[in-house]
Design a binder for this molecule. Sequence first.
Ligand SMILES: [Zn+2]
Length: 293
Amino acid sequence: MHDSHIHLARNPLRDNWKRDTQDFINMNGKKILTQGSDVEDFNDTFQVAHKINQKFGDIVDIALGIHPTIFQENFCKDNCDNIFNGSKKLLTRFVEIFEQEKDKLSAVGETGLDYFEMYNTKVDGELIETLKQVQKESFRVHIKLAKENNLPLSIHARELPDKTDCINDVLELVAKNGKGLVNGSFHSYTGELSLVSDILDLGFCIGFNAIITYPNGENVREILKKVPNDRILFETDGPFLAVQSIRKDKKALIRYGRSAQIKEIIEIAAEIKNMPAQKLEDISDENYERVFG
Ligand SMILES: [Zn+2]
């Protein structure tokens, strides 16, 4: 059992690393890939990974990247005047840290494009194009680092409902800049079913999380049916996205997404794939080792 996408530097995961890791191991948990999402959380990411690996052996792998929504969060609070300069500085700083720390890394990410958040938070229309440009430049930088250093990517691609621009732009950037040499995971893919084959054609895996356990997760359950077993990864995206049994249970004490919940995600996935859970667990662990190991 593995968790290919989580944010261990975020609370409540950061403070509860000991209990959460022990519970994961007790359920046959083997590997966790934690994602850095801004230079601000890189120190905490390294620290928590180090603590866990010292206590429990080599469990946590690390991905470093700048999440695509960070540019909007950091540089568009009052006005966006500083977005180009600010983003450039942030990316330069990211590359510096990456170069210093790359021996400790198993992946580049989380990176990608997010066209949902900018509409969701009602960014001024003119700025939408600017934000897209900035996100694309960041993604290009991440793909280049992945290619140069022979590391996989953890990709975030979040679309507006019923649109395909974001995922198409992601696919185009990966194809153009990765030149068939990078692979990795499309984490939490919730987009069009028809584009799944394009993701697979690029050689990528798809990361499935608690959304497949939700009543409204029908779209992602359909995606799962379409993905061959050797391209399936599991993830929690913790501390977000707790599984359905926890969401339903008002008395549950631990309410956030954490790696031990992978068990329930695999059980539901195995029902959808009509196969024994243990078999799916074993195959997906092999996939993890092949991509991130
Ligand atoms: Zn994430």
